[in-house]
Every structure is written in structure tokens, then in C-alpha cells.
Design a protein around this ligand. Structure first.
Ligand code: M6R
Length: 631
């Protein structure tokens, strides 16, 4: 995915665009650029590398002007080079365009443009093809003005209308996804935006308006936002905007208040967003539960699911889908819903689910889990499920995201903005919500009021227990230093903590670039044991639960082969591990179904401290982007 920011107003556009890009840096960071219009000049600065590089370029030669567009890129077509960095231009160099998404039929469109005599392409990108197409259609429209079939000038659309029409006509030819913003040198104080499959938000200011891929880019300037819908085209001026559809119809929109403030997206005193977000977990888990647990009825209240008691009672099967960390939360959800509600539950990679023909029963309830609410594969899975007529709900953090809007209902995480590319607080919020869903479905069936109360108490105790676990940060830092020279780590867990092994391995891989794998502990002896050696530590997630003694057996098997062991445990089990595990990390003892919310935190901290120790760019790891809006 990439990040887009556009501005039209009375202030200098350059600092606003650069500031917005810095805030969107998590969306992609392999090249960046701006185009600002100043009189009859389009001033462009763009380069490969981080936004800081663009900042230097802009400081050396500051572009001036009060409207413009900008972009931070995560490469899909073409390498991250200066040439491939956005903005891209039409054949005349008067129209500049930035794009987030993939134009799947760009080669066919390009071939047609070339056949029509346009060979002036400067990059390998799909985006440039779209810029050329819109520019060509606009120029043709202007040229047609001279042969206007006797129409008076007043009857002809003005330049703004012509540009919007050219955008619509071009987008009707496009197969793929896009969030775009564009400016034209000949049309002052005017930006056009459009979206399909890639998010785009209009920020409504006073005498100024904004476009952005995410409100976090513009919340410092305005908290009034219009979340554009797929196929919306928006024409933006300083003091007004007009929304229509690609088909040319009037668009419906609503101005919403952004939930968070600029202060919420600042790092504060933390060196990295990831650390800040790890430490926000007592609050984010509390917010995920706020107003959703009823002591009186001993159940969860999740009105956003939009389901009647009878419908909830009749759910016969659950499918949980998502990608990456959200998928790992789903894996815990499977254990939770099956244990608490006794409903057969399956986890599906969104990328697989959307393309394979999973047999489903009529009473299947599908949950699409996504922090961003924009992940292309999860969105694809949601659409496929809804197309087949299954009730499909979302568990999202990003309010008004595409998944949240397209689902039949759902549960918002209310975790606040998550900026670090490595997902942390969204994971614990997702698991807390899945526990509440298990409780709700269970209480529609066999769970007694006392069991319901026990689950509520366990959930309500979590924020304080997370505070306790966060005190382990220094211990995890010391462990990270001790193992800083290892070539990789293995993670093992059982039952509710098997998915934590997989999640911990993902965290480690993405921010330290070390090799890591997560497995069910018992799988060790079925092959992985061949890897055990003194320079490859194994992390066992072995809290004080029903399977602790089984985990102990596996730990002994590793020790017997001289593999170092780091144990994440709880309660009295720490004593049993003394002299057996090399490092023992103790979290509070809690019921097994909530333990993953505590055991994951030391492992988030381990990945974080190891990444810092290795000098990695924690918040912007190489090759990654915060949410993946392409397939
Ligand atoms: O926004 P989503 O929750 O849909 O994102 C899904 C994955 O791309 C995401 O969890 C990814 O795996 C994270 N970088 C993991 O830390």
C-alpha cells in the first residue's frame, strides 16, 4: 500500500504535505514525492528512499504554492527508484497524479496509448499510464471545445468539469484498485480524488480542504472527515467540494468527527511507536471491553453484531478469517469459541478463503478480522462470503474502513491508531473481543451464569494484569541482549498458546529479520528437533495450565540436545522450571482462555528489544507496509 496526501487552501502546501507523509510513513516507505502547483509551474520533488530524503530535497529547493499532492510508496510495479516514485505526469507534463493500488490492465491501456502515438513514458509504473490516459482524455475534451456543435461557451462544461469527466472516463476503463489524487497546472486551486478498493478520506477544513489515505495525516488540521466510498470521485477546492460517482451520478456522503486527536498519534516520550503501542495495552484491552460486559446478565453485549438472540442461538458454525497477526488472533478465537460456546469454528487464511470453495452450512457466521479494515485479501474474503449470502461480520480497529462498512455488522476494537508496522495492541484487542464473542455465543447455549461471571471477571482483571506484565520490559531487554548474536529462534506453545508461538515468531521475523518459526510444542519431536543446537534458543510458552506437564516434556527434549530454553510461564510453574530453563519469565496466573493476552506481551517486548539491539528500524521494517491493500 501507499500513502496519499493532498491539500488546497491558503497556506503553503509543502509543509502540510510533508507532515502528512511523515504520518503516513507506516503505509510504505521506499520512495516519496510531491507536486505543488505554482502559477504555470508544477514543482515536483521526488526520490527513492525514506520520507526524510524527500524532506532534505524539499529543504534544498523548497517548492511553493497553496495546492498540491504527495505520496509515499510501497512498490508494486517497478523498483523503488527516483523515476518510479510518484507523482507521475501525463504526456504533456501538466497533470500530476499519485496513486495507491494496482491498475491490473495497465499494459493493455499503455499499448493502446502507444498505438495512439503516446510514447513519452518516463517510468515502469501502472500509475503513469493512468496519468497519461486522464491527461489525454482531458486534452481531447478541450480540443473538442473548438468543434462544439454550435453549443455556446456557457453550455460547455468548464475546465474543472472536463477534468472530472476525464477522470471518470479513464476510471471506467480501469480494472484494479485505486485511491488517486491529481492536480492540473491549468486549473488553479483544484484537486480531484477518487477511490476504488484503496481508502481515501476528504478532510473538511475552514477555507482549506485535504485528501488523505488515512485521517491520521490530516487530523492535526481538521477532525471533520468524509470517508469516500468505492467509485466516488471528489472535486476539491478551498471552500467547497463535490462528490459524484465514476458513473456520473451524485454521491452520498456524511461528514464524521474523527474519534482521535493529533496527540493520540504522537510518539510522546517513547522511542518507537511499537513500544508506545505495547504499553498502551492495558487501556486498549479495557476499551475493547468497555460497555460490552453485563454483570447482570453474565454475558457480553455486542449490539454492533446486528443479530437477534434467536439468530445468535442458531449459529451452527463459525469461520474466522484474516491475515498475519489478525489470523493468529483468529487461531485463538477458534479455541475460544469452541471451548466457550461449543460451536465448530474454523480459521481460514483470507487469501485462500476468497479463492477456494470452502463448504459452508447455511448457519455459518463469518468474521473478517482486520486492524486496518483495508487489507485486500481480507476484504476479498468478506466480499466472497457476502456474495454467497453468509452473514459476515467485521472485527476492525479503523472506523469507517472498507471492511467495517461492507460487513453486515461487527465489533470495533477502539484500540486507537496503531502506527507501528508490527501489530501489537490490535492483537490483544482482537483476542479480547473474540473472548467476548465466545462468551456471548456460549451464554446463548450451555454456559451457566456462574461460568459467564467467571469469564467476565477474567476479562475485567486483564488491564491490571497487563500493567504487571509490562514491568517485565527490562527483563526482556536483558534476554534480548543475551541472545543478540543468535541466528534465529524457535517458539513453541500448546492449546491457547500455540497461536502465540506463531505470532511471536512473526513479530520477531518482521522487525529483527532473524529466522523464526512457531509450532505446537508436541510437533517438536516430529521433525523440528533436528534443528536444535546450542546457538538456536527455543522459547516455550508454558503457563500454569492443564498442559504444563506436557510442555515440560518438550522442554526436557530440547535441553537434552543442548538447546537453550527461554520459558514464558505463570504461577508456581516458575519453580518447576528453575534449573531447567535458562531464562524464566513469569506472568500472572490466569484462566487458560485469557492467558494468551498476557503471554504475548513479553514476546512482543522480546522482538522489540532484540530489533533495537540489532539496530533495526523498528517502526518501519524493510519491505513491509502497515496494511496490505494489494493482493
Ligand atoms: O490490518 P490487518 O489487521 O488486516 O493486517 C493484517 C496483516 O497484514 C498484519 O497483521 C501484519 O501481519 C502485521 N504487520 C503483523 O505485525
Amino acid at each position: 500500500m501507499c500513502g496519499i496526501v493532498g491539500y488546497v487552501g491558503r497556506s503553503e502546501a509543502a509543509p502540510i504535505l510533508l507532515d502528512g507523509l511523515r504520518r503516513l510513513g507506516y503505509r510504505g516507505y521506499d520512495s516519496a514525492g510531491v507536486a505543488i502547483v505554482n502559477g504555470n509551474k508544477v514543482e515536483t520533488r521526488k526520490c527513492a528512499g525514506r520520507i526524510a530524503e524527500l524532506g532534505k530535497l524539499m529543504a534544498e529547493r523548497p517548492p511553493t504554492g497553496t495546492y498540491g499532492i504527495s505520496h509515499t510508496r510501497w512498490a508494486t510495479h517497478g523498483k523503488p527508484t527516483d523515476q518510479n516514485a510518484h507523482p507521475h505526469f501525463d504526456a504533456t507534463g501538466r497533470l500530476a497524479l499519485v496513486h495507491n493500488g494496482v491498475i491490473e490492465n495497465y499494459q493493455a491501456l499503455k499499448d493502446q496509448l502507444i498505438r495512439d502515438g503516446d510514447t513519452n513514458f518516463a517510468s515502469e509504473t501502472d500509475t503513469e499510464v493512468l496519468a497519461h490516459l486522464i491527461g489525454k482524455l482531458y486534452d481531447q475534451s478541450i480540443a473538442a471545445d473548438t468543434s462544439s456543435n454550435g453549443k455556446t461557451k456557457a453550455e460547455l462544461p468548464n475546465k474543472k468539469g472536463r477534468l472530472v469527466e476525464a477522470v471518470r472516463t479513464a476510471l471506467r476503463q480501469v480494472i484494479g484498485t485505486y485511491g488517486i489524487a491529481l492536480v492540473h497546472r491549468d486549473i488553479p486551486d483544484f484537486i480531484v480524488g477518487a477511490r476504488r478498493g484503496s481508502p481515501l478520506v476528504l478532510g473538511v477544513g475552514k477555507d482549506e480542504n485535504f485528501l488523505a489515505s488515512d485521517v491520521s495525516a490530516i487530523v492535526a488540521y481538521t477532525r471533520d472527515a468524509v470517508y469516500l466510498n468505492d467509485f466516488d470521485v471528489v472535486a476539491v477546492e478551498r471552500d467547497k467540494f463535490e462528490i459524484s460517482s465514476v458513473a456520473g451520478e451524485g454521491g452520498n456522503y456524511q461528514v464524521s468527527k474523527v474519534e482521535f486527536t493529533d496527540a493520540d498519534i504522537k510518539k510522546g516520550d517513547y522511542p518507537h511507536y511499537m513500544l508506545k503501542e505495547i504499553f498502551e495495552q492495558p487501556g486498549s484491552v479495557r476499551d475493547a471491553m468497555r460497555g460490552r460486559l453485563s454483570q447482570e446478565e453474565c454475558t457480553a453485549k455486542l449490539g454492533g453484531l446486528n443479530m437477534t438472540p434467536a439468530q445468535l442461538r442458531d449459529v451452527g458454525r463459525v469461520v474466522l478469517t484474516g491475515c498475519g497477526t489478525a489470523l493468529h488472533a483468529a487461531m485463538i478465537g477458534e479455541y475460544l469459541i469452541e471451548q466457550l460456546a461449543q460451536i465448530p469454528t474454523e480459521v481460514e487464511y483470507a487469501s485462500e478463503f476468497r479463492h477456494r470453495n470452502t463448504p459452508m452450512t447455511r448457519d455459518t457466521l463469518v468474521f473478517a478480522i482486520s486492524q486496518s479494515g483495508e487489507t485486500a485479501d481480507t476484504l476479498g474474503a468478506l466480499r466472497e462470503s457476502r456474495r454467497k449470502g453468509y452473514r459476515t461480520l467485521g472485527i476492525c480497529n479503523n472506523v469507517a474502513s472498507t471492511i467495517a462498512r461492507e460487513s453486515d455488522g461487527g465489533v470495533y476494537m477502539h484500540a486507537g491508531p496503531e502506527i507501528g508496522v508490527a501489530a501489537t495492541k490490535s492483537f490483544t484487542s482482537q483476542v479480547a473481543i473474540l473472548t467476548a464473542i465466545g462468551l456471548l455465543l456460549g451464554r446463548m447455549r450451555h454456559l451457566s451464569t456462574s461460568e459467564g461471571t467467571r469469564i467476565i471477571e477474567a476479562l475485567e482483571a486483564l488491564p491490571e494484569q497487563i500493567e504487571e506484565v509490562l514491568k517485565l520490559s527490562d527483563q526482556m531487554k536483558a534476554i534480548a541482549k543475551k541472545y543478540a548474536s543468535v541466528s534465529g529462534l524457535l517458539f513453541f506453545g500448546r492449546q491457547f498458546n500455540f497461536p502465540i508461538a506463531v505470532e511471536a515468531a512473526l513479530k520477531l521475523k518482521e522487525i529483527t529479520y532473524l529466522f523464526a518459526e512457531g509450532h505446537p510444542s508436541a510437533e517438536l519431536k516430529h521433525g523440528i528437533i533436528a534443528l536444535i543446537r546450542p546457538d538456536l534458543p527455543s522459547v516455550f510458552i508454558a503457563p500454569d495450565d492443564a498442559v504444563f506437564s506436557k510442555n515440560m516434556n518438550n522442554i526436557e527434549q530440547v535441553r537434552a540436545r543442548k538447546g537453550p530454553v527461554i520459558a514464558i510461564t505463570s504461577g508456581n510453574c516458575a519453580k518447576q522450571l528453575k534449573g531447567i530453563a535458562d531464562d524464566i519469565v513469569t506472568v500472572p496466573k490466569v484462566p487458560d482462555f485469557v492467558s494468551p493476552i498476557l503471554t504475548v506481551i513479553p514476546l512482543q517486548l522480546l522482538a522489540y528489544h532484540l530489533a533495537v539491539e540489532l539496530g533495526r528500524d523498528v517502526d518501519k521494517p524493510r519491505n513491509l507496509a502497515k496494511s496490505v491493500t494489494v493482493e
